[in-house]
Design a protein around this ligand. Structure first.
Ligand SMILES: [Zn+2]
Length: 473
């Protein structure tokens, strides 16, 4: 019998606000432990939370991007449970009245358009971090109170690869919307998942298993892969599954049981008496909606329209917001569109992939790239020199013009110098010269290459070709 998997995701996204959700502590990543804390996020008795409007705005913007209903009235609830890194013994979350209900995310999977519906988007506070040593555990509360947006999907995904495509599209949208940097290494995006299998053709969903706390996309993929295999094997052997919560052991690639699933009423949710309900006036939501940043598809179309780029170029550049930003800034600094696109798609992306770097961390600036392309366009340098200079700028930064002067890379067009190199190349390669005279065009290309080598990549290739032809005839 063949089985169908039904997968739902709960994606936790750290919002890019300057301060925490209910206090004025900063949200910086990497600060010394317990330096970004105050009585509110440490849960001291008598301290009072005040909701961060920016966190509410970012959650509402996300809802608008996926077509959710924005609830004019929502509220914060206490979710009660004990956990060492949560000093209040409850987490402030949203239960009955989330900020956003419904909505859907469109994405492409295996070249087909897919839509997965969302159940809700709500706002809650992040908890602290336990750091386990061999003989002791320590607690860092810097993260406690960081605004965390939770996006809950319907169980409408059906394979690990499809779940991955969904997450990539979601991440792209959140980065574009400036909702979150979605930096997985910094824990900006974490995932719980639920997964069940049922015999093909069966209407009712199978027994739901949850897997908690996945913080890499690979982890989500591998945990799902394992769960689907495990559940299918169990049912195939005539066994039964129990509803439970499991954890993923990434080293072994398997999930293991944590606890039999708790029910929602176990958390004794109740409205937080310290926080007033959130009311959102329609005019305010409308004003926020008007400031929605441009989304990937719109940007792709605009890059094509505004700069006359081929569809392929526009798609490659728009796929990553920061690459598209770099491209447009390079144009503002005076570069021509197609040249900038070519260099970013080839040299830049090649070096980014090789060094596993984010374009925001490279040393080359859009203005340095624009200057380099201007030098190339004016034939001050050759394409070969431009590549060398690009690599230096990428690694060390600096100004293109200064580097060209320092390295003596100006293109040589002086007739007498070029003629000397041409004569030398022909003298050293008499066979190629004869081949060209006998009608072999390829021999000319070879000789041009030899002249370029003699010049250290600085000879003007067009002039070299003319001079070679003249010399050989
Ligand atoms: Zn605080």
């Amino acid at each position: 019998m063949s089985y169908l998997a039904d997968i739902g995701l709960e994606v936790h996204v750290q919002l890019q606000t300057r301060t925490k959700l209910f206090c004025g502590c900063r949200t910086d990543f990497g600060a010394a432990p317990n330096t970004l804390v105050c009585p509110v996020c440490l849960g001291y008795p008598g301290s009072l939370p005040v909701a961060n409007q920016e966190a509410i705005r970012l959650t509402v913007l996300t809802g608008l991007m996926v077509g959710s209903r924005i609830n004019s009235l929502s509220s914060f609830d206490r979710k009660n449970y004990f956990y060492p890194d949560m000093p209040k013994n409850y987490q402030i979350s949203q239960y009955n009245q989330p900020l956003c209900s419904g909505g859907a995310l469109d994405f492409d999977f295996q070249d087909q358009p897919r839509t997965v519906r969302l159940r809700r988007i709500h706002l809650e506070e992040d908890v602290g971090k336990s750091i386990h040593g061999s003989r002791q555990s320590r607690l860092d509360f810097n993260r406690a109170g960081h605004p965390l947006m939770e996006i809950v999907t319907e169980p409408e995904l059906h394979s690990p690869a499809e779940a991955l495509a969904f997450l990539l599209a979601l991440k792209q949208m959140l980065v574009y919307g400036q909702i979150s940097p979605c930096n997985l290494e910094e824990g900006n995006l974490r995932c719980d998942l639920n997964c069940s299998v049922r015999p093909e053709g069966a209407e009712r969903l199978g027994t739901k298993i949850e897997v908690k706390n996945l913080n890499t996309f690979k982890g989500v993929h591998d945990a799902l892969q394992h769960e689907i295999e495990r559940q299918t094997a169990a049912l195939g052997a005539g066994g039964k599954l129990v509803q439970e919560t499991r954890r993923f052991d990434s080293a072994r690639g398997v999930t293991e049981s944590m606890r039999i699933k708790e029910e929602e009423h176990d958390y004794r949710y109740f409205p937080d008496p310290d926080l007033p309900s959130v009311t959102l006036a329609a005019e305010l939501v409308k004003a926020w909606a008007e400031l929605l940043p441009e989304m990937p598809r719109a940007r792709c179309a605009r890059l094509e329209r505004e700069y006359g780029l081929p569809a392929y170029d526009a798609q490659v550049l728009a796929a990553d917001k920061h690459i598209a930003d770099f491209f447009e800034e390079t144009l503002r600094q005076g570069a021509k569109a197609k040249a900038a696109s070519n260099w970013i798609m080839t040299e830049m992306m090649h070096l980014l992939a090789k060094s596993e770097m984010d374009i925001r961390r490279v040393k080359i600036t859009p203005s340095a790239l624009a200057d380099l392309l201007k030098l190339l366009d004016a034939q001050t340098i050759t394409a070969a020199s431009a590549k060398t200079i690009f690599a230096i700028l990428f690694e060390k930064g600096g100004e293109a013009v200064t580097l060209v002067a320092q390295l003596g890379m100006e293109q040589v067009s002086a007739e007498d110098t070029l003629e000397r190199w041409v004569r030398e190349a022909v003298a050293r390669n008499p066979k190629s010269a004869d081949d060209y005279r006998a009608g072999k065009e390829a021999a000319l290309k070879f000789l041009i290459g030899q002249v370029m080598r003699l010049s250290g990549g600085k000879a003007n290739p067009q002039r070299v070709q003319d001079l070679l032809k003249k010399q050989l005839e």
